[in-house]
Write a protein that binds this ligand. Sequence first.
Ligand code: SF4
Ligand code: SF4
Length: 376
Amino acid sequence: MDDIEPKDIDPHALTRFAKEQALRLGFSLAGISTADPPPHLDAYRGWLSQARHGEMAYLARADAVERREDPRRILPECRSILVLAWPYEPPSPPATRGRIAAYARGPDYHDVLLDRIGPWVSAMEARLGRSFPFRAYTDTGPLLERELAQRAGLGWIGKNTCLIHPRRGSYFLLAEILLSLALVPDPPFGADRCGSCTRCLDACPTDCILPDRTLDARRCISYLTIEHRGRIPVELRESIGDWLFGCDVCQQVCPWNIRFAERAAVPSASVELDMADILSLDDDEIRRRTKGTALRRTGRAGLVRNAAMVAANTGAHDLVPALARRLKGDPDPTVRQHAAWALGRLGGIDSQRALRESLEAEADPAVSQEIERALT
Ligand code: SF4
Ligand code: SF4
């Protein structure tokens, strides 16, 4: 293939420029990976074959798996990949009732990150004096992004499956730009600095971290409260604790976050929503308050379902009237099921009355079953 960079631009200088521009735009780390196929695709295929991805069917689609096998299936001209880390504020003690994962407390990171790709591309085009083919992704692209980040020298994949940087921990999101430019690759991060530590495995509330550095997503609170649609298995509801959206536990206990991570320079706006709001507000108001945030991903019904579980798990007896209203009037059967479960767990005369009254009126057999279980 012919070189597509002008002959008078030194690849090392262009690589330096590419990274400097990324850091100037607020990314905290920038590394270059080769465009070769990722090394651990077999492990990924094995994870899928054991259905550990839960309902995230888009991960298992044949075309998506094939594209993950080789970045050049996404961008045929791909010659290098710029991998970027975007820092977010570490979790702080919740000021509201019910916790939201730290990354989701600000504006939707998809928008924030992708908004910065345009200026980066413009700077590169100005430097090169021409445009060039590229594809940019964050989180949802058909890429094994942590593997690419490790190969770009940004850190190692910890036992908690997060990418960990030795001085910045893991409180950052990743973005990748597949480039037709031959930038100079960084040496891969070779070390595994987890050593004999098992803190994340010990602390995970649902024991879903597997020994091969993958997760059984079907049991992970992040998956259950965000990606999973519908009823959450009864045996997992208690372990969700006070998590309304996502979970930070396996990052909070990690020594690389506790001792070494630098704080994010970029302050994140706080989402103003707690479980009482979610259970009490009408749909329009919930939509208004979640606009432009990652909380939109789980949908209105998912948020209310999660809030009902958190209310039960935190003994929020003051929310019995709000739960009773959801049980009687919410159009979504999943919400009614979880409201029934929460009322059963909270107990008391008012809960029992709401459950009995709703049982008479309920037309959905699955919800009726849940109400009967709650009454007994
Ligand atoms: Fe476990 Fe929470 Fe980490 Fe999921 S996000 S692996 S539930 S600690
Ligand atoms: Fe690795 Fe320990 Fe951090 Fe888990 S908590 S990712 S084992 S260093």
